[in-house]
Ligand binder design. Structure first.
Ligand SMILES: NC(=O)c1ccc[n+]([C@@H]2O[C@H](COP(=O)([O-])OP(=O)(O)OC[C@H]3O[C@@H](n4cnc5c(N)ncnc54)[C@H](O)[C@@H]3O)[C@@H](O)[C@H]2O)c1
Ligand SMILES: O=c1ccn([C@@H]2O[C@H](COP(=O)(O)OP(=O)(O)O[C@H]3O[C@H](CO)[C@@H](O)[C@H](O)[C@H]3O)[C@@H](O)[C@H]2O)c(=O)[nH]1
Length: 431
């Protein structure tokens, strides 16, 4: 059985390599020539641990190929995964233009029965539309099934999550099509839920919104912890021991970002609005996240007696560790806001600037020590292991004012205070 994966981003590359690992022959399709060229040479066009080795293994074994020729891919593959982007516009409207384009091509070049699998995150009802868009473009009638198999991988953990998902959701209108997709995953031991198309689409959004809700909730509780001198990490540990709640996604900090939570919550709200239902919880989840950045900056202003003219150094710009992705990264918002307030900014990230050239109102450091030199405050915004584990003591003498604002509550405040730093987090009031 041959598999085509259309859209070589985080999800597409991971999906393609997963199925190679599961012993299928895969062709990866994209419209971006430079991405394809890199992939063909065994280079990953993004930073994601573990994927490049797997890519090279399967290129050597000829079990993976890359092409811009969607016609050939459609004609030679029985199962076609769609993994193109589904960005949301400012009003939450999900831009389905890439999905529609691909569905049109599938219809145009269809030469036999195909199963089209939606791995891209799409609003309720889209998979049904995809089937219509395929059929509309067919030159002669061929049968087609559309299955929704949402992806739950986390960036930075993509390969592990693809191999060990908590669950595999398969939405379909025809049981035979669902069974065929379930069969692809036979060697993955995770529970598999077969459900309706629309249900599968909604499960994806609801899961992301719930995870963001957990984070916003603990961040709001963190503010109350500050008012009472209570440690939010201890509260999270205590409530997380209740199996009905769980400890995951209760790490307080600067808030959630990335390519998924912000756009998926906006899309989910839009789905409510389209049906004239007013969501109450989702706007609050967004609001806490937006005001969390302001809360940190106000705290910093208070501690430094204003930030104008102060040297502030940001450590970490990726939206989370182990990725070079800066989409909706809280660090970007912090940099813009501090710049507007007249702070002099430096920024260091161990990975991002090796892969991306960015226009920032900040000096980009090539070594971590440059960030400490003459700085009034180190603002940690991505909890890379290299930051958590580094020898902070050796950099202290380089600073003008030895202050750390820990935007991820990731450092050992007690140890840092002992070596002479003024250390602050949010809701971080450990004994
Ligand atoms: N990034 C994640 O961690 C993640 C996790 C789960 C689900 N998702 C969802 O998966 C989808 C893809 O996300 P991503 O981050 O991998 O996207 P991405 O933006 O990194 O990559 C999308 C790729 O699709 C390609 N593309 C666009 N139009 C095309 C066309 N007509 N034909 C062929 N290729 C085309 C682009 O060139 C790009 O390489 C989105 O719906 C997203 O919400 C993402
Ligand atoms: O306790 C926590 C956990 C996460 N975050 C932040 O939340 C954001 C998202 O983190 P994470 O979920 O680990 O990363 P993503 O790669 O965006 O993955 C999410 O979005 C993907 C795309 O839809 C889904 O597939 C995943 O299941 C879902 O976890 C990041 O800014 C994190 O720093 C916190 O602030 N506190």
């Amino acid at each position: 059985m041959n598999i085509a994966v259309i859209g070589m981003g985080y999800v597409g590359i991971t999906t393609a390599l997963l199925f190679c690992k599961l012993k299928y022959k895969v062709v990866g399709v994209d419209t971006n020539a430079s991405k394809l060229e890199q992939l063909q040479k065994g280079r990953l066009p993004l930073y994601e641990p573990g994927l490049e080795e797997l890519l090279n293994r399967h290129l050597t074994q000829h079990t993976i190929a890359f092409t811009s020729d969607i016609e050939q891919a459609v004609k030679t593959c029985d199962i076609i995964f769609i993994t193109v982007g589904t960005p949301s516009k400012a009003d939450g409207f999900t831009d389905l233009r890439y999905i529609k384009e691909v569905a049109g091509s599938i219809g145009r070049y269809q030469n036999a029965y195909k199963i089209v699998v939606m791995k891209s995150t799409v609003p309720v009802g889209t998979s049904e539309k995809v089937r219509e868009w395929v059929i509309e473009n067919q030159s002669q009638p061929f049968s087609v099934d559309v299955v929704c198999n949402p992806e739950f991988l986390r960036e930075g953990m993509a390969l592990y999550d693809a191999l060990h998902p908590d669950r595999i959701i398969i939405g379909a209108e025809r049981a035979e099509a669902a069974e065929k997709i379930k069969y692809l995953y036979t060697s993955i031991a995770s529970p598999k839920l077969i459900t309706r198309l629309r249900t599968a689409e909604l499960i994806k959004y609801t899961a992301n919104a719930f995870l963001a809700l957990k984070i916003s909730y603990i961040n709001e509780i963190g503010r109350l912890c500050d008012a009472h001198g209570v440690d939010v990490g201890d509260v999270a540990d205590g409530i997380g021991m209740d199996q009905r709640i769980g400890r995951a996604f209760l790490n307080a900090g600067i808030g959630w970002g990335g390519s998924c939570f912000p756009k998926d919550i906006a899309s989910l709200m839009h789905m409510f609005e389209q049906k004239n239902i007013k969501p109450d919880i989702l706007p609050a989840v967004q609001r806490v996240n937006e005001t969390q950045v302001t809360y940190y900056i106000q705290r910093l202003e208070k501690l430094l007696g204003g930030v104008q003219g102060k040297n502030i150094s940001v450590l970490g710009i990726a939206f989370k560790p182990n990725t070079d992705d800066i989409r909706e990264a809280p660090a970007m918002k912090v940099i813009q806001k501090l710049h507007q307030k007249g702070a002099y900014l430096k920024v260091y990230d161990p990975v991002v600037f090796k892969h991306r050239q960015l226009q920032l109102p900040a000096m980009v450091c090539t070594k971590v020590e440059e960030a400490f030199e003459e700085s009034d405050c180190i603002f940690l915004l991505t909890e890379w292991d290299s930051f958590v584990q580094m020898n902070w003591e050796q950099y202290l003498p380089l600073m003008k004012t030895p202050m750390i604002m820990d935007g991820r509550n990731a450092l050992d405040g007690h140890a840092l205070r002992q070596i002479g730093y003024m250390y602050y987090g949010i809701g971080k009031n450990e004994k």
